[in-house]
Design a protein around this ligand. Structure first.
Ligand code: NAD
Length: 246
């Protein structure tokens, strides 16, 4: 098993890619700390995960609230013994064209997708460094490479995540911590379901593999970068996009 005896923290684990990642990590022997703002879905999710990984737990964690991150991290360390892996997966979108984008939507998306990754990494990398190392994987997106119509805030946040990934690879490498990013294309989750069908069809046409991705296909990339197999990989962005080019 590829994550035997490891503790993995996954943000945004109550549904979508995060939940599939929790399932995959549990099957590979990890104790999973499922973290989310959605307590109802998170508690339901952890019941399922505990059937495979009985020590796994749900923690309320809002990536925009540093206090909640510190409280959750302390709980994880004391109840699950240290933190080996952090998957910064939580993310939101609030699309609008530049001319009509509300300032509150800009702030909200940057706060969750960009500052949230900073908040969690700052708190948890300190714990990892004390433990002698770890693996951090950040969720970016294929749109960070190309831009995307109507996504000023989202693209800014996801491009920023790539930048932070490269900085932290340098800063945290000497502490034994690798930091990488995964850039999904269009993946069949709630997030993609809110995109109009004609736009999704256009993206499918531009994808050599001719379909949306499955959340488990992103989970597999997170798993690889979290595992010992990726021990000499840091500061990179792994695209999981079926070959999509805009
Ligand atoms: P999703 O909307 O299905 O799930 C996101 C989860 O994050 C939810 O459980 C939600 O409650 C949680 N969350 C939201 N705000 C939070 C906060 N402040 N603190 C903690 N948790 C919070 O999304 P998904 O499709 O599974 O996407 C997962 C990640 O992958 C996101 O970062 C997203 O931007 C990225 N991504 C998704 C796609 C896609 O097509 N689905 C493509 C590229 C990148």
């Amino acid at each position: 098993m590829r994550l035997e005896d490891k503790t993995a923290v996954i943000t945004g684990a109550a549904r979508g890619i995060g939940l599939f990642t929790a399932r995959r990590f549990a099957a590979e022997g990890a104790r999973v700390a499922l973290c989310d703002v959605d307590e109802t879905a998170g508690r339901k999710a952890v019941e399922e995960i505990q059937e495979t990984s009985p020590d796994s737990l749900f923690f309320y964690l809002d990536v925009t609230d540093r206090k909640s991150i510190t409280v959750a991290a302390e709980g994880i360390v004391s109840r699950l013994s240290g933190i080996d892996v952090l998957i910064n997966n939580a993310g939101i979108k609030a699309d609008a064209q530049l001319a009509g984008m509300e300032e509150s939507d800009w702030d909200r998306v940057i706060d969750v997708n960009l500052k949230g990754v900073f908040n969690c990494t700052q708190v948890i990398s300190r714990i990892m460094a004390r433990g002698g190392g770890g693996r951090i994987v950040n969720a970016t997106s294929v749109v960070a490479h190309y831009g995307n119509f109507g996504q000023t805030n989202y693209v800014a946040s996801k491009t920023g995540v790539i930048g932070m990934t490269r900085v932290w690879a340098r800063e945290l490498g000497p502490k034994g911590i690798t930091v990488n990013a995964v850039a999904p294309g269009f993946i069949d989750t709630e997030m993609a379901r809110s995109v109009p069908k004609n736009i999704l069809d256009r993206f499918k046409e531009r994808t050599p593999l001719g379909r949306l991705g499955r959340p488990e296909e992103v989970a597999n990339a997170y798993l690889f970068l979290a595992s010992d197999e990726a021990s000499f990989i840091t500061g990179t962005v792994l695209n999981v996009d079926g070959g999509l080019v805009f």
